[in-house]
Design a protein around this ligand. Structure first.
Ligand code: ATP
Ligand code: MG
Length: 128
């Protein structure tokens, strides 16, 4: 069965010259719950950020659902949902402005029906 996430020989060196990821190889199978454990600074967030297209890899290949995250980034990102570790929007921002910040490739935004349904649910869940 094709892995949902496949990481091959992935390395990341930041502009500072710091090598945060060095030759990472892993595969996540459909239905598998996969956790990254490691001390602060181990590179967990960097790896997740590369998979999600937030950080550019220096070397290696990442496939999401069989799609290369660089050359087929739209297809790859449409399969990924990211829950940030911390709040990444202004807590006092309006619902409209927050929804407008959603990545254009997120599944909810790609599908016009679910996009408007999601938007409607968000609005209806807010009391004046
Ligand atoms: N933009 C950057 N420029 C330079 N170094 C960075 C950058 N982002 C992260 N690093 C460094 O890369 C290493 C890995 O950081 P990362 O945030 O991926 O670790 P982590 O495992 O998620 O840590 P934590 O458990 O604290 O969340 C750390 O040494 C960090 O300082
Ligand atoms: Mg982290």
């Amino acid at each position: 069965m094709q892995p949902v996430v496949s990481v091959s020989h992935l390395s990341k060196t930041f502009a500072s010259g710091f090598e945060a990821l060095k030759d990472i190889n892993l595969e996540i199978r459909p239905g598998e719950i996969f956790a990254l454990l490691g001390p602060n600074g181990a590179g967990k967030t960097t790896l997740i950020s590369v998979i999600c297209g937030i950080v550019n890899p220096t070397k290696g290949e990442v496939l999401a659902g069989g799609h290369d995250i660089i050359t087929e980034y739209r297809a790859a990102r449409s399969l990924i949902g990211l829950v940030p570790q911390e709040l990444t929007t202004d807590a006092f921002e309006t619902v409209r402005a927050t929804v407008a910040l959603a990545p254009v490739d997120a599944p909810l935004s790609v599908d016009p029906f679910f996009g408007s349904l999601y938007y409607g649910l968000l609005l209806s869940s807010i009391t004046p």
